[in-house]
Ligand binder design. Structure first.
Ligand code: F6R
Length: 264
């Protein structure tokens, strides 16, 4: 596990974009797992800039969104389909047929979930799964007590999540289709972004707490290639800050590709 603490949120977002762009340069047909929410907005803007100004080519990239509100049509203003198009997909050259987002309006949700899992497998699996984290410690919408082996399914949102997300988007559905923790753990690499003091407790539990379904993100401790990118406030409750900084220094020397520096 690599814990990268970057004081400034804008620089942290650029660092995340650099890791994603580096993944695409090393493997142009990469499969990316995409989050929505407030956290990745800076990373998406920077990736769009890198596409326009630095020639980062996403024409062979495939994407799978983590989740979608259940019951919302694609064109609904609060859908993650709209969010992902407006904030990322409409500004880069990912082919529409390669951008996958669960169909929240599906009548046969069991089939939709099973098909989504099958589609991920058919592409050869996710190379880089990007995640945010909720105050409840959720990744995707895997709320506390989600099975650590869960797959894509419907999940009831917690009160905290409904509260947090309604503040941004107004009334939202209380159920979502989300990929599972088991699905996330099968990604080859995982990049989790967290900014702001509201995330500090969930981040500390995820990184230093026991592995428990009470904090879904703690399951990431079982994954061999996870990078956390945090700002100071999100890192505030970590106990081993000095150690994490030393690990980052060593990684820059020994495995610079983990931090998006393979071409430097
Ligand atoms: C979004 C998702 C969620 C968010 C989390 C943090 O697709 O899966 O896990 O990443 O709720 O949301 P923000 O970034 O808005 O704080």
């Amino acid at each position: 596990m690599l814990v990268v603490i970057i004081p400034d949120r804008e620089k942290a977002s650029s660092q995340a974009a650099k890791i994603v762009a580096d993944q695409i340069r090393r493997k142009p047909d990469s499969v990316l797992g995409l989050p929505t929410g407030n956290t990745p907005l800076g990373m998406y803007s920077e990736l769009i800039r890198m596409h326009r100004e630095e020639g980062v080519d996403l024409s062979r990239v495939t994407t799978f969104n983590l989740d979608e509100y259940f019951g919302l049509k694609r064109e609904h203003p609060q859908s993650f389909f709209r969010y992902t198009h407006e904030n990322f997909l409409d500004h880069v050259n990912i082919k529409p047929e390669n951008a996958h987002i669960p169909d929240g309006a599906s009548k046969d949700f069991s089939k939709t979930c099973a098909d989504y899992e099958a589609a991920i497998k058919n592409t050869g699996g996710i190379d880089l799964q990007i995640l945010g984290i909720g105050r409840t410690g959720h990744i995707g919408f895997n709320e506390p007590t989600s099975s650590l082996a869960s797959r894509t399914r419907l999940k009831t949102l917690s009160d905290e999540t409904i509260n947090d997300n309604s503040k941004i988007s107004g009334d939202i559905p209380t159920v979502a289709i989300t990929i599972g923790i088991g699905t996330i753990l099968e990604a080859r690499n995982i990049l989790l972004l967290a900014f702001g003091e509201a995330k500090a407790e969930a981040v500390a539990k995820a990184i230093e707490g026991p592995i428990s379904s009470s904090c879904s993100a703690s399951a990431l401790q079982m994954h061999p290639h996870v990078t956390f990118i945090l700002d100071e406030s999100a890192a505030a409750k970590l106990s081993h800050r000095g150690y994490y900084d030393r690990v980052v220094e060593q990684t820059l020397k020994l495995s610079p590709e983990r931090l998006g520096h393979s071409n430097d």
